[in-house]
Design a binder for this molecule. Structure first.
Ligand code: ATP
Ligand code: FE
Ligand code: MG
Length: 368
């Protein structure tokens, strides 16, 4: 069984052909990150234009490297929610047209569900399991109970951790740093933090008095940027110059982000245990998203899972970020259960806003 997956929810155009054993026969990815970096954020019309320019090349690239012909496919899976409307629209229209032309079923995929289930392509992880997704666009904790059955335990009330780290990195002018110029903000912070002393600065862990599993990173980011401004004045720096204490600030910021993520995750584990939501044997925490590749944050999560007896699973970085593979795999999972499969002549809709599963974030708060 072969499924073609197409991803265009944000700023990557991705496609892949995956089989029912999780083997990746072919894949192709075009990232717009460089372009959006120059404008300091994603301009939706630019993202749309770039998806339009690349979607056909990416899909045919994935097909060609897989050696499969369109006729060999069992279905086409496409991200339909959530994401930028103008980006989603391109992949959905292309996939619907492709499915129609080749008379293949179309499988609409929820981007966050796909992130959560990718781990099952790599190793056997049975439902239910706990998922932490931390990326440039999201922070959430959820219980995965089935391929389309999720309980949302908590999410960010403002920005995502990757976004905060990117903003701090920009504020520290890390693009001018000789060793970090080609890294993402989060990578640069991790790199510098290794050389720094986290005790030189002390940032307050967010939401210390809020007993739920939600996240908040904007206030922390603000604390960090205010400290940067203070240090710049103290050192009498010119605009764009590197602070002497840049590594110490990176280390303290990374530590506080890790501590916040670990504490919320700890609470989610305790909540699930108290409610009997996790299995007795092999209870598992799956961590995904670009920020999950941070080894300091993984270590902090490892302390939490060791203390609570959970298995920690972090797929390799390339499976934690946006790609067509996870969409194709979600198509495989859905085909296997016969869930959410449209025939090629059915109309497919996309939804920019779509929560992940049933929202029980308020219940978590009242239980604590
Ligand atoms: P989403 O997929 O939620 O829409 P996105 O595409 O921005 O958001 P990803 O591609 O999953 O997210 O991850 C990119 C983010 O991960 C960036 O914000 C980047 O700074 C961050 N990141 C990457 N590597 C690291 C690292 N080693 N430590 C911390 N953050 C990191
Ligand atoms: Fe994503
Ligand atoms: Mg992305």
């Amino acid at each position: 069984t072969l499924v073609l997956g197409v991803e265009t929810s944000c700023d990557e155009t991705g496609a892949a052909v995956v089989d029912e054993t999780g083997r990746i026969l072919g894949e192709c990815l075009h990232s717009q990150k460089e372009v959006h970096l120059k404008t300091g954020g994603i301009i939706p019309t630019v993202a749309q234009r770039l998806h339009r320019e690349h979607v056909s090349t990416v899909v045919h690239g994935a097909l060609r490297s897989s050696g499969a012909a369109p006729g060999d496919l069992a279905a086409v899976a496409a991200t339909v929610k959530p994401g930028l409307a103008l980006s989603l629209g391109v992949g959905v229209a292309f996939s619907a047209d492709f499915a129609r032309r080749h008379r293949k079923p179309l499988i609409p995929v929820h981007h966050m569900e796909a992130h959560a289930l990718t781990v099952r392509m790599l190793e056997p992880v049975e439902f239910p399991f706990l998922v932490l997704l931390v990326s440039g666009g999201h922070a959430l904790l959820a219980l995965a109970r089935g391929i389309d059955d999720f309980l949302l335990l908590g999410q960010t009330l403002d920005e995502a951790p990757g976004d905060s780290l990117d903003k701090v990195a920009r504020r520290l002018h890390l693009k001018n740093h000789p060793e970090c110029s080609s890294m993402s903000g989060g990578q640069a912070i991790e790199f510098l933090a290794k050389q720094g002393d986290r005790h030189k600065f002390n940032f307050k862990t967010p939401m210390g008095q809020t007993y739920d599993c939600n996240f908040s990173f904007a206030g922390l980011r603000n604390q960090v940027t205010m400290t940067i401004t203070k240090q710049e004045m103290a050192e009498g720096l010119n605009q764009g110059d590197m602070l002497s204490c840049v590594s110490d600030i990176a280390a303290a910021a990374q530590h506080t982000v890790a501590s916040h993520i670990a504490k919320r995750t700890h609470r989610a584990i305790l909540f699930c245990k108290a409610k009997g939501l996790l299995p007795e044997s092999n209870p598992t925490l799956v961590v995904s998203g670009g920020v999950a590749s941070n080894s300091y944050i993984r270590q902090a999560l490892g302390i939490v899972t060791d203390a609570t007896g959970l298995h920690l699973r972090c797929p390799p970085a390339k499976f934690c970020t946006d790609n067509g593979v996870m969409i194709a795999w979600n198509g495989i999972e859905r085909l296997r259960e016969g869930k959410g499969i449209l025939s090629y002549d059915e109309k497919v809709h996309y939804e920019p806003k779509a929560p992940l599963g049933v929202d029980i974030t308020a219940e978590v708060k009242n239980a604590a």
